[in-house]
Ligand binder design. Structure first.
Ligand code: BGP
Length: 462
């Protein structure tokens, strides 16, 4: 009997996590501090419940049991990241042997359990020694990242066949240089543009290093794509939504898939005097950064209207000089995270990629729902998270429709596997298929985890 929502047999079913959010043991086993450790030391009050990056979910100790759980939940793929600060504590140069042993064990165990490792190289976790040199504002750090990436390929590329250079590279730009939710808490558009630009140069360096090695795998990038929907068809709203799309989506999507920036974005930044320093050779390098595979993180749409007030000429330039966000009446919300839930967005993203970007190899690399105080839903020792099952099912229905229309989407990964530490929100909202008891570190599969395991083994659902 065929299922109503049948997916290809080779479809990737899995979930995603990251080193800084799960490993724990932040300042031990040779690991140096990241910007998160430093910021937490300076301003612990900025983190929910004063819980910092050192209290993450002990994957460093429990990797073997955690990988057994991956298998139990019928994952055929799983993404995590390699911590630059753990592998190369000084940022450049000497490799930490304990880190090599750790990552080798993780990769080998995943493969032994039939779970393909998807490995990302940067998940918001700049080593503090590199930030002290200026982080992504400094081209030496771009070079250092290229060396780190090459080291990872040399050490692990014989077994890892799916690599990613960055997770959501726009987020450190927004958080660190515009909106004050990542270190170094700068508010400066031109510096933000420089960080964005240098990140893509670093990405291209890593792609180039990977291709030079001919290891028979593929390399991509993971972007959080937020479709921009105008409030109305009024030309002013459409223009505003287009600028938001250029700044938040196409600023990374176009270089990743076309090897160049959209001319409209370049013109806008030039008019505003915000263009970063572009040097000879950059354009050629960027062209080499066109990816084999695109990861798409999708959580929420971006609804936009034109501004209806003048900009204070003394305020620092912000993307919002050119548009305002629009709260659509009747929108469905996840109140815990404050994000709109709009399942069709996943279909719109995949359709846009198919129609305008040559239908690249891609997959949904994150989608998920953070919920506060999930213990409310405990039934006989298990979290009965029906809301999460609904969330995933409704998104998968739209993904299925996109596949029927010819999308090149190859898989679906959930954020996340085991409840993990979420930056400034720490453990406020839980996202996992598996509940984490913070006091005991005990892992208990939620209802959604069981549901997902069935979907993965049946290649779909009714
Ligand atoms: C993505 C990140 C993840 C994860 C997730 C949930 O942006 O790639 O690292 O944290 O969002 O968001 P948050 O933790 O902010 O609730």
């Amino acid at each position: 009997m065929t299922m109503k929502y049948a997916f290809p047999k080779e479809f990737w079913w899995g979930s995603a996590s990251s080193a800084p959010q799960t490993e724990g043991e932040n300042l031990s086993f040779g690991k140096s501090a990241t910007t998160w450790d430093h910021w937490f030391e300076q301003e612990p009050n900025r983190f929910h419940g004063n819980v910092g990056p050192q209290q993450t979910s002990t994957f460093y100790q429990h990797w073997r049991e955690d990988i057994a759980l991956l298998k139990q939940l019928n994952h055929n793929t799983f993404r995590t990241s390699i911590s630059w600060a753990r592998l190369i504590p000084a940022g450049r140069g000497e490799v930490n042997a304990e880190a090599v042993t750790f990552y080798n064990q993780v990769i080998d165990e995943m493969l032994a359990q039939g779970v393909q490792p998807f490995i990302n190289l940067f998940h918001f976790d700049m080593p503090m020694v590199m930030q002290e040199l200026g982080g992504w504002e400094n081209r030496d750090v771009v070079q250092a990242y290229g060396e780190f990436a090459a080291t990872c390929f040399d050490l692990f590329g014989d077994r890892v066949k799916h690599w990613f250079t960055f997770n959501e590279p726009v987020v450190p730009v927004e958080g660190g240089y515009l909106y004050d939710f990542h270190y170094p808490n700068v508010v400066d558009f031109k510096r933000a543009a420089t960080v964005a630009y240098h990140t893509m140069l670093a990405h291209a360096l890593a792609v180039k290093a990977y291709r030079e090695r001919q290891q028979g795998g593929e390399i991509g990038i993971i972007l959080n794509l937020t479709p921009s929907y105008p409030r109305s068809q009024h030309p002013a709203d459409i223009k505003a939504a287009n600028i938001a799309d250029l700044m938040f989506n196409r600023s990374f999507l176009d270089p990743a898939l076309r090897g160049e920036y959209p001319q409209e974005l370049v013109e806008l930044l030039r008019e505003q005097g915000q263009l970063p320093d572009c040097r000879p050779g950059d354009a050629e390098l960027l062209q080499q950064g066109v990816v084999d595979l695109l990861g798409i993180n999708y959580y929420q749409p971006r609804r936009i209207q034109c501004r209806d007030s003048l900009v204070n000429p003394e305020s620092p330039m912000m993307p919002e000089w050119f548009f305002s966000s629009y709260e659509m009446p009747g929108r469905k919300m996840n109140p815990h995270r404050g994000w709109e839930i709009y399942e069709k967005g996943i279909y719109d993203i995949l359709t846009n990629l198919r129609e305008n970007y040559g239908n690249p190899r891609c997959f949904i690399s994150e989608n998920g729902m953070g919920v506060e105080n999930e213990l409310r839903f405990d039934q006989g020792g298990q979290i009965n998270d029906e809301y999460r099952i609904d969330f995933v099912r409704e998104h998968l229905k739209w993904l299925h429709r996109a596949l029927q229309e010819g999308s090149g989407c190859l898989g679906y990964h959930m954020w996340t596997f085991i409840d993990c530490w979420s930056w400034m929100n720490a453990y406020k909202n839980r996202y996992g298929f598996v509940q984490l008891d913070l006091a005991t570190q005990k892992r208990t599969v939620k209802k959604s985890g069981e549901w997902f395991a069935r979907v993965a083994s049946h290649h779909g659902f009714d």
